[in-house]
Design a protein around this ligand. Structure first.
Ligand code: FAD
Length: 386
């Protein structure tokens, strides 16, 4: 390679955008390609834990995110019918003191917009849908559906659950439908009558749940996301509209707090929950994966995007530590330091047990991607506990 290696990131979701911002700050040369023509403020919230906030500190948007988001004092778990509090995990000031960064909940679109602004102008190219990629050995050719072609030295597949880069490495294979859907709705808290909601609560019964939280610092907007069994899903659809009637049926007999949200709903959508088994490899040649392209999971730890962002941080760290010219060793180091943790989060998310009882979440929230001791490549990664 002559000059700095040209790094192409496919997909400007939270993982790809975080990777671009981090790599630019590390002095690497990056281009980011996104199939969408633009981004909009889609109706969904997201948890951002201390493990992510430390990465946002490095990008320089920690304060803005802190100002934007809601800071829950606790993650409450409640029994769905009786409303009894069954677990109470301290966040708020405790998280700040104990982990050294905040735990917050925020609108996903607001978070994404802030992260996108942290990428240098001219880096992000919209309307660029990757059709195929060919690793020529000394260079990679990226072919887009608009007929254009770009060359790169390193290609990062941050292109989500249906990743083209994953298919190039391992063959085309659809993700697994888990038999669960998630209903998602965001609306003004003023529409919710008859119940005062805490900042962050997960309501549970044995086969379904509803996670509820505010997604703004002003506490004027509330979000819920469910997990509800549904035997089949047509994988050609990434989501479908749902309805208040469907929500009433799914949560019939549940506590008044849950009913207050269903009755306040303006619009609700339904999404399939998809996952894959851990992949046998994360990279080959000049291609490497991160985020949902690599380890899509049920969202039940609220850590899917967090894992994508941690991947972005670790990949940046490994490219800097090893040198981007030696991408093969950098990728091996990256995988050695990420696979076990991502696999563990996938498994706990799959089992949907996270914070249902008063467990200690330190192994997850306390992780610091830029400071955790590195295990050498080629040896099984040690536990990723902080
Ligand atoms: P994505 O966000 O899927 O981004 C991939 C990007 O690549 C997209 O912009 C896409 O348009 C683009 N792309 C795809 N193919 C191409 C192509 N061929 N060419 C160019 N561009 C392409 N995670 C959390 O951390 N906290 C939460 O609270 C949380 N809640 C969730 C709730 C639900 C209901 C669900 C379903 C998920 C939730 N997640 C949460 C998980 C999180 O949404 C994902 O893990 C995360 O978005 C993955 O980020 P990513 O950047 O890897 O992929």
């Amino acid at each position: 390679m002559q000059g700095k290696p040209r790094i192409a990131i496919i997909g400007a979701g939270l993982g790809g955008t975080a990777a671009a911002a981090l790599m630019q700050r590390a002095g690497l040369q990056v281009r980011l390609y996104e199939q969408a023509p633009a981004f909009s403020r889609l109706g969904a919230g997201i948890h951002v834990g201390p493990n992510v906030m430390k990465i946002m500190r490095r990008i320089g948007i920690e304060d803005a995110l802190n100002a934007m988001g809601c800071h829950p004092d606790y993650w409450y778990s409640r029994e769905g019918v009786s409303g009894e509090v069954i677990a109470q995990i301290p966040l708020g000031d405790y998280a700040l003191r104990h982990y050294g960064a905040s735990y917050l909940t925020v609108h996903r679109g607001d978070f994404h917009a802030l992260l996108t602004e942290a990428v240098a102008p001219g880096t992000l190219h919209f309307d660029k849908k990757l059709e195929r990629v060919s690793d020529q050995g000394d260079v990679v050719h990226l072919h887009f559906t608009d007929g254009t072609m770009e060359a790169a030295d390193i290609v990062i597949g941050a292109d989500g659950v249906n990743s083209r880069i994953r298919a190039t490495l391992l063959g085309a294979e659809p993700p697994k439908y888990t038999g669960y859907v998630a209903h998602r709705a965001v609306f003004p808290i003023a529409r919710v009558k008859g119940f005062t909601h805490d900042r962050c609560t997960k309501w549970w019964t044995d086969d379904r749940h509803m996670m509820v939280y505010f997604d703004t610092g002003k506490l004027d907007e509330i979000y819920y996301v469910t997990g509800v069994p549904e035997p089949d899903w047509d994988l050609s659809k990434s989501w479908v509209p749902s309805s208040i009637e469907e929500m009433r049926a799914a949560f019939d007999g549940w506590h008044a707090g849950v009913q207050s949200l269903i009755e306040g709903t303006v619009e609700v959508t339904k999404w399939p929950l998809l996952e894959r088994d851990p992949l046998p490899l994360w990279s080959r040649g000049r291609l490497v994966l991160l985020g949902d392209a690599c380890h899509p999971m049920k969202p039940h730890m609220a850590q899917g995007a967090a894992m994508a962002i941690e991947d972005a941080a670790m990949l940046t760290r490994c490219l800097v530590e090893v040198g981007a010219d030696d991408y093969a060793n950098a990728f091996a180091l990256y995988e050695a330091n990420r696979a076990e943790r991502a696999g563990k989060v996938q498994l706990v998310s799959h089992n949907n047990t996270w914070l249902r009882s008063n467990e200690n979440p330190d192994w997850c929230f306390g992780y610091d991607a830029f400071h955790v001791p590195l295990v050498p490549a080629g040896r099984p990664a040690l536990s990723a506990a902080a």
